[in-house]
Design a protein around this ligand. Structure first.
Ligand SMILES: Cc1cc2nc3c(=O)[nH]c(=O)nc-3n(C[C@H](O)[C@H](O)[C@H](O)COP(=O)(O)O)c2cc1C
Length: 163
């Protein structure tokens, strides 16, 4: 059987976009940095979001039934660290800063200047190992010309032009 360390080591070389997934309910808003998001289908528009079973946001999304995937831009790296639990940026892990607006219909936190934003209705959960795969039906989208920030080899990296 493949050693998980070898899997992790190889997977570090696969670049990913970075999002801050947000949700909101009667106890207020919450967000978490998530790279494991991908497109599922265009008809109906749907995404997959993979969340660790230990994460607080998982139960909140399942309870609230709605969430937002905010793909961060290059100037959002400190926010991404904050929403991954980094103590140095803990004060950024609230929604009181100018970085956030609220969706009129759902009250979900929307990230200003994001590369793309997908507002999702939680449809289904698939459990596998340490994670749960959330299937979200996309109800609304926004996109901009902001350059996205990616994650590769353990660090945030801006996109580079091809050689
Ligand atoms: C670049 C980056 C990508 C991450 N991607 C994921 C992910 O895809 N799924 C996940 O469950 N956690 C991911 N995390 C970890 C969560 O952000 C972290 O566990 C967070 O504290 C969860 O918050 P919560 O417990 O309040 O939900 C990532 C962290 C970083 C820095």
């Amino acid at each position: 059987m493949l050693n998980p360390e070898d899997f992790i080591s190889a997977m570090r070389k696969a670049p990913t976009p970075v999002s801050i997934v947000t949700t909101s309910g009667e106890h207020g808003p919450h967000g978490a940095t998530v790279s494991a998001v991908c497109s599922l289908t265009a008809a109906p528009p749907a995404v997959l979001v993979c969340i660790n079973k230990q994460s607080r946001i998982l139960g909140m999304i399942e309870e609230h039934g709605v969430y937002c995937v905010n793909y961060i831009a290059q100037h959002h790296s400190k926010l991404a660290l904050a929403f991954s639990g980094a103590a140095d940026y803990a004060e950024l892990r609230n929604f009181d800063t100018d970085d956030w607006a609220r969706d009129q219909q759902t009250n979900l936190p929307i990230l200003f200047g994001a590369a793309a934003v997908f507002t999702c209705l939680h449809i289904q959960t698939v459990s596998f190992g340490t994670h749960r795969i959330l299937i979200g039906k996309v109800e609304g989208v926004e996109s901009s010309d902001a350059k996205p920030l990616t994650y590769w080899d353990g660090n945030f990296r801006p996109l580079a032009d091809p050689e």
